[in-house]
Ligand binder design. Structure first.
Ligand SMILES: CC(C)(COP(=O)(O)OP(=O)(O)OC[C@H]1O[C@@H](n2cnc3c(N)ncnc32)[C@H](O)[C@@H]1OP(=O)(O)O)[C@@H](O)C(=O)NCCC(=O)NCCS
Length: 166
């Protein structure tokens, strides 16, 4: 238990870059289907993996980013299942804002499935807005996956515009 738990305020989250891809892939298990697929994505040279670390050193999840000159794309984010709902995901995205601005990146994007209602809620509550729909993005998955009785077919792309640095 942390002080933050006692007063119901989560600690800030530090984005700790990591090359321990196996550890990051395990932490990201709920963000996609299949360990090998996640590990390959985490290990890809165009991606940057982070451990989500509290001020007292607890690793509470992981984040995978693709950084380009002016855009950062969230590939995966996951908070440890036992720690969800305590504000760590929001705190991680707040730290991501700061990291993006440090890099001079002004736009953050993330795609999630049309059936992932919890993620659709999460990103909007954290300041992301719908930008576009990539219809049939997930229809290569056969038979289709279902969440809350909804077939996973389309990707909803969310965007967050950051204030200019300065
Ligand atoms: C998505 C995820 C990272 C959110 O992390 P979290 O620490 O539980 O989120 P937080 O506690 O910081 O919640 C932030 C906000 O989102 C909201 N939220 C989170 N999950 C929600 C849900 N299932 N339904 C509705 N709102 C939700 C919270 O209520 C909170 O809003 P509030 O502050 O206005 O109350 C976490 O649920 C997770 O790891 N999921 C599995 C992996 C995954 O699907 N990742 C995303 C795709 S890559």
């Amino acid at each position: 238990m942390t002080i933050g738990d006692l007063v119901n305020i989560p600690m800030p989250i530090t984005l700790q870059p990591t090359t321990d891809f196996e550890r990051a892939a395990v932490l990201l298990a709920d963000a996609d289907e299949g360990h090998e697929r996640i590990l390959a994505t985490v290990s890809a040279p165009e991606h940057t993996a982070y451990l989500l670390t509290t001020a007292d050193g607890m690793v509470t999840g992981a984040l995978l980013m693709a950084w380009e000159a002016d855009v950062g794309e969230i590939i995966y984010i996951a908070v440890d299942a036992a720690q969800r709902g305590h504000g760590y995901g929001r705190a991680a995205l707040e730290s991501l804002d700061a990291e993006a601005m440090r890099r001079g990146v002004s736009v953050l994007r993330v795609g999630t499935g049309n059936s992932s209602l919890s993620n659709i809620a999460f990103y909007q509550k954290c300041g992301y807005r719908m930008e576009s729909v990539r219809r049939d993005f997930f229809t290569y998955i056969t038979p289709p996956l279902y969440e809350d009785g909804i077939a996973l077919r389309d990707m909803i792309v969310f965007r967050r515009d950051l204030p200019p640095a300065g």
